[in-house]
Ligand binder design. Structure first.
Ligand code: NAP
Length: 258
């Protein structure tokens, strides 16, 4: 199976690297197109088998899957200039905020299109990737789900949930980073070295996430395990709530979904 990636920026390059590290697509079957050469050269340095080109059409010609990884305002222009075989080729767009109704106008009413929203942890193979499909078969949905599952966790959702899900994953990763930053500030004020504080908070966040994901437990269950009656943790948790912690996160995520 051949894959074309149009745009070798943050997302396009991260996807190319992720696919190379995965098992489903051989590096030699991935062609990345970008108008300038620097990012293509660094992809070649990463894996010599990867194919690179300055021509979007050359990348698309033999591809079964075409991943569009340019800025949202360039998607229409890129599609307009390309010749596709909409009966055979699957289009996967990582552009945020463009509904299927717009792709339909720019392509073909029967075109198989996926909207895919990874988050920046895709560069570490730890993305939470959202996928919505349009005109695709169950097999094609599984194929795209499996491809992006090689770069972290991927979930198929209805298009109407995309804005809410993007707020809690793509934007949400920045809120988690703010938590890590705030935790560092607290640690430094209490006398820890910044680098030590950063590792301590980041690993605690990773550990909390691993507890939830591995055990499939509700956060309340895990919180209960560390809140001794009259202990230090419950004092801190209540202080967080007095200062509107949960409310702030809910408001932030709702704001990011508009
Ligand atoms: N970054 C994220 O966290 C994130 C998350 C989810 C979705 N997305 C989506 O991913 C898409 C790409 O974002 P990004 O952060 O990767 O942007 P980016 O780093 O700016 O990458 C865009 C790439 O597209 C190339 N390009 C420009 N015009 C092109 C054309 N006509 N044909 C082919 N390639 C062209 C650019 O090349 P030059 O710079 O060399 O000119 C650049 O390498 C966006 O639609 C965004 O909404 C991003």
């Amino acid at each position: 199976m051949k894959v074309a990636i149009i745009g070798a920026g943050n997302m396009g390059s991260a996807i190319a690297r992720g696919l190379v590290l995965g098992k489903l697509i051989k590096a030699a079957n991935i062609t990345v197109a970008n108008p300038t050469n620097k990012k293509l050269e660094s992809l070649k340095d990463f894996n010599k088998e990867l194919q690179v080109t300055n021509s979007n059409q050359i990348a698309v010609n033999d591809a079964e899957i075409v991943i569009l990884a340019v800025k949202p305002w360039l998607i229409k222009e890129v599609i307009d200039k390309l010749t596709f075989d909409f009966h055979k080729q699957i289009i996967v767009s990582v552009a945020a905020g463009i509904p299927f109704s717009e792709y339909e106008q720019w392509t073909d009413s029967s075109a198989k299109i996926f909207r895919v929203i990874p988050n920046t942890a895709i560069s570490q193979q730890e993305s939470m990737t959202l996928i919505a499909s349009h005109n695709a078969s169950k097999e094609e949905e599984h194929l795209i789900l499996n491809l992006f599952s090689e770069m972290g966790m991927a979930i198929l959702i209805p298009e109407k949930q995309m804005a809410a899900a993007t707020a809690i994953t793509s934007c949400g990763i920045a809120y988690v980073l703010k938590y890590i930053q705030a935790g560092m500030q607290a640690g430094i004020e209490m006398g820890l070295y910044p680098q030590d504080a950063m590792k301590m908070v980041a690993q605690s966040v990773k550990g909390a996430a691993t507890l939830i994901l591995n055990n499939n437990t509700h956060p309340s269950v895990e919180i209960d395990k560390v809140t001794t009656p009259g202990g230090l943790t419950i004092k801190g948790i209540n202080e967080l709530e007095h200062n509107g912690f949960s409310s702030a996160i809910i408001k932030a995520m709702k704001a990011s979904s508009n």
